[in-house]
Design a protein around this ligand. Structure first.
Ligand SMILES: *Cc1c(COP(=O)(O)O)cnc(C)c1O
Length: 467
């Protein structure tokens, strides 16, 4: 080993000495000591390796400030949570990868209030005895949907399983071949059926299923229920036919079979005026389904949950089923759900206050206004970044309304210096990541899914692009 190398190794920073530095005091107070010490150690190790492998003279070796900056950067990286807020500039409202529906302020406040202390989760204040966690929301859900009874579980996939197991285990359930859906994340109706111990009896063809197909499949011994599944994330168009819920209801009455409807979306209000022609929960109840199930975080705009409504005799059986404990809902979810259903009592206010509904129903002019506001904030004083306001198409997402395109407005970015991929990447790796989308060699920031509170963060992230 030459002298120079030995000297350099000897003069490397010492962990204990660096840890005494003023600039780390703040981090030592706020973060676990081991995290800070490990970060210092790792940066020193990197320098040592560089010296041993004789990779020139890294600036951090001789410049203490550069070294400390690297340590601080490492501490910040190690202490940034993995699950964190991002800005959704994709224009897809129920973005499954980005947490589906954001929660309303009121829902969050209720979650905090209930979860920070003890609560009435399973306690009846009137009697001073044990209560049921379902009671907190079932009244509100019945009121909003017109159902006789309700219960809630972790998600709609869990709800499907519980419904099938409790109503048809060891027997057959009849479903149209046109409705054997796969929802992302390996939720497939045939698989859920077999997991629930139910035999799937497929009828009809992919494009056409007639009432007579169901009739032929009904077996007085084996058939436990008729089931309809909403084709949430695809549409069959052209030469098609399916039996509406009311048709299945009549058949159910004729053969004394319950009718189950897996809706996916929990649409509680009419959104036809906004171009969204999804079936509403009240329509399903009116059509006479015995049991209806839907998600809490799709068009309902609440937390991840599975909501089961319908005839009391079926719901009571589900509450007593062993699976109910397996798919039991947590107090945080339950409190968010209670607040959201409370908000639905005033539908016009709900459209303003529940983020998913607010984004869905936001007028185009407002989106344009927002684009102008953002564009004004972003105006750079050089030509390194070009920005325009352009019309775009937004999506409902979450495997809902796949054929609906909402007219929106976007701010687009492109640059003679940076590629669109670099712009997209830089926005994504900012302190508060901005998730955008690339099209036509431009980066698109859709106004529909960003909120007013996101504006400043976007502006700051964009201003750093030029640097
Ligand atoms: C989305 C969906 C599900 C699954 O719901 P999760 O809440 O995501 O578990 C089940 N069935 C249908 C028809 C759906 O659209």
């Amino acid at each position: 080993m030459n002298m120079d190398k030995k000297e350099r190794l000897r003069s490397l920073y010492k962990v204990d000495e660096v840890l005494q530095d003023e600039c780390l005091v703040f981090f030592k107070e706020k973060l676990p000591y081991s995290l800070v010490a490990d970060s210092v150690r790792k940066e020193i190790d990197l320098l040592r390796d560089a010296v041993i492998r004789e990779e020139g003279c890294p600036p951090a070796l001789t410049d203490r400030q550069i070294f400390l900056d690297r340590v601080i950067h490492r501490i910040q990286m190690a202490s940034t949570p993995s699950l964190r807020r991002v800005i959704n500039a994709t224009g897809t409202i129920l973005h499954t990868n980005l947490g589906r529906s954001p929660l309303s302020q009121k829902a969050i406040e209720h979650v905090i209030d209930v979860s920070c202390s003890y609560s009435t989760l399973e306690y009846d204040l009137k009697t001073g005895r044990r209560g049921s966690r379902h009671d907190h929301v079932s009244g509100l859900i019945c009121q909003a949907t017109g159902a006789e009874a309700a219960m809630v579980v972790n998600n709609n996939a869990a709800a499907t399983m519980l419904v099938l197991s409790s109503m048809a285990e060891g027997q057959e359930v009849i479903v149209s071949r046109g409705e054997l859906v796969e929802i992302g994340g390996s939720f497939r109706i045939p698989d859920i059926m077999s997991l629930s111990g139910v035999t799937l009896r497929e009828v009809g063809t992919t494009n056409k299923t007639h009432l007579s197909d169901y009739i032929r499949a009904i077996d007085s011994e084996c058939t436990a229920a008729l089931m309809k599944v909403h084709t949430s994330n695809y549409r069959i168009i052209g030469f098609t036919e399916d039996v509406p819920l009311s048709g299945l209801r009549r058949l159910g009455d004729q053969y004394a079979l319950p009718v189950i409807y897996d809706m996916g979306n929990g649409l509680l209000t009419d959104l036809k005026g906004y171009g969204i022609f999804e079936p509403a929960v009240s329509d399903a109840m009116n059509a006479g389904a015995d049991v209806v199930l839907f998600s809490g975080d799709k068009l309902l705009g609440g937390p991840q949950a599975g909501i089961i409504i319908g005839k009391k005799k079926y719901i009571e059986k589900m509450k007593r089923h062993p699976l109910a404990r397996v798919v039991r809902i947590d107090k945080m979810t339950l409190s968010a759900l209670e607040a959201v259903f409370f908000q639905y009592q005033d539908i016009e206010r709900a459209k303003q206050e529940i983020p998913a509904l607010q984004m869905l129903t936001c007028p185009k002019e407002k989106l344009y206004e927002r684009a102008v506001r953002l564009r004004t904030r972003l105006t750079p004083d050089d030509s390194s970044l070009h920005m325009d306001i352009e019309a775009c198409e937004d999506f409902v997402g979450g495997g809902s309304a796949p054929d609906v395109r909402l007219d929106g407005w976007a701010v687009t970015l492109h640059s003679p210096i940076l590629t669109t991929k670099q712009i997209e990447y830089n926005l994504r790796k900012s302190q508060i990541p901005v998730i955008s989308h690339i099209s036509q060699d431009k980066v698109w920031l859709h106004m529909r899914t960003i909120s007013d509170k996101d504006m400043e963060d976007i502006a700051e992230n964009v201003s750093k692009l030029k640097g």
